[in-house]
Design a binder for this molecule. Structure first.
Ligand SMILES: NC(=O)c1ccc[n+]([C@@H]2O[C@H](COP(=O)([O-])OP(=O)(O)OC[C@H]3O[C@@H](n4cnc5c(N)ncnc54)[C@H](O)[C@@H]3O)[C@@H](O)[C@H]2O)c1
Ligand SMILES: [Zn+2]
Length: 365
């Protein structure tokens, strides 16, 4: 009920994209679902949302629904082909819309399908978890899997409308909340005006206070919006959004995705910061202050053992590159991140090995 008041404080906003502007609206109690679906809309619904919010299906009863299990197999090109076949068989036409209700898997399935059906149809999104609400719902990217290759197919196909419904936060686990906070941390650290003391308090408070969390979601989207409007196709300035990500993706890969994305990014930020200290780009006080905040996020998920040689392989994505160079985002301090090519010499290799083997993320420099 308290959230009800807060969401009214939030301002809906527009995102400019190459296909025109689209709206992001803040809502609650599935109100937008009741009032914004059109005749002929086809819904792609996360099976967990169907179970956790049984009343959703009553609201959708006039619509054809595809229920999908949120896993990587569901977002393969092959499975999506089957889904599209059923949707067209049902009578979906160019003027109809796809409506996704779920997390990142549902987003990618819906956006990708919409991008290729009838040379592009409209789609609408109800992101239901923190990662999609604070980040991926805007930005236009679509990525799906083909065979064993993850996220290798896709393009840019912005939605028409996004509804951020804070009610969905209620059923997220603490680990999912922390994962979303890790993702948001990397946005906040890119902002020059972020105050680390305030940020630390907010990250702690957001784990139990949904109002603080909702405010962070809004702030995170604001930062992303300002960047994607400059560089929607990720050809230049948007690159800095990879802060913590190269190191984080390699952690996800080496732990068989046991460490959720945003938590892996939190570990990755510390690695980027520690390397930046070693290279004399930033003082250790910055790294230590940020580390204390990140520790509130990664306490939700201890880092499993990581095989160092697997890690370097994942980091460079190519065994031949081990010992050579990797493209990463490093930092000269808050709001001062930049893309660079890092030679992986003995010192850097030792630092990264020590991060995992001696758990250097557990202590100050
Ligand atoms: N296109 C993009 O811009 C983009 C960006 C980031 C990630 N992705 C993709 O998104 C996927 C990862 O996203 P994700 O972590 O959201 O995965 P996901 O969709 O699998 O969701 C994670 C889990 O949360 C559950 N869930 C969703 N909402 C919930 C709620 N309200 N309460 C309880 N459980 C809920 C889901 O059922 C699932 O089990 C990956 O495939 C990744 O490649 C895409
Ligand atoms: Zn991310």
């Amino acid at each position: 009920m308290l959230l009800m008041v807060v969401f009214l404080m939030f301002k809906n906003f527009l995102v400019q994209s190459f296909k025109g502007e689209y709206t992001v609206e803040f809502t609650e109690h599935l109100d937008a679902l009741k009032s914004n679906l059109l005749e002929g809309d086809v819904v792609i619904l996360d099976s967990n949302i169907q179970k956790l919010y049984p009343n959703i299906c009553d609201l959708l009863d006039e619509h054809y629904i595809e229920v999908v299990e949120a896993n990587e197999n569901a977002k393969t090109y092959e499975k999506i082909g089957e889904l599209i076949n059923r949707v067209i068989g049902f009578g979906f036409s160019k003027n109809n819309r796809l409506v996704g209700i779920g997390g990142g898997v549902v987003q990618d399935i819906t956006a990708f399908s919409a991008s290729i059906m009838f040379r592009g149809v409209d789609w609408v999104f109800f992101p239901t978890n923190l990662l999609t609400q604070c980040d991926s719902c805007i930005g236009s990217k679509t990525s799906v899997n083909i065979g064993d290759y993850k996220n290798q197919l896709g393009g840019f196909h912005p939605p028409r409308q996004i509804f951020i419904d804070f009610s969905f936060i209620e059923t997220l686990s603490n680990l999912e909340i922390c994962s979303g906070l890790g993702e948001m941390m990397h946005y906040f650290l890119l902002q020059k005006d972020t105050n680390l003391e305030d940020l630390g308090s907010e990250i702690v408070a957001a784990q139990s206070d949904k109002i603080v969390l909702a405010k962070l979601i809004e702030r995170s989207l604001g930062i992303k919006k300002s960047m994607i409007e400059i560089d929607e196709f990720d050809t230049g300035p948007r690159n800095i959004f990879n802060y913590g990500h190269s190191f984080g993706h390699a952690i996800e890969a080496c732990t068989n995705f046991e460490v959720p994305h945003g938590v892996a990014v939190a570990y990755g930020i510390d690695l980027a910061n520690s390397i930046s200290v070693q290279l004399g780009l930033v003082d250790k006080e910055f790294r230590n202050k940020v580390r204390t905040i990140l520790a509130c996020i990664w306490k939700s998920k201890a880092l499993p053992a990581v095989d160092i040689s697997d890690y370097f392989t994942a980091l460079s994505k190519d065994k031949k590159n081990v010992g050579k160079q990797i493209k990463v985002i490093l930092t000269e301090g808050i709001g001062n991140m930049y893309k660079t090519t890092l030679p992986v010499n003995d010192d850097i290799e030792a630092l990264i090995s020590s991060f995992f083997n001696n758990r250097t993320y557990e202590r100050d420099l």
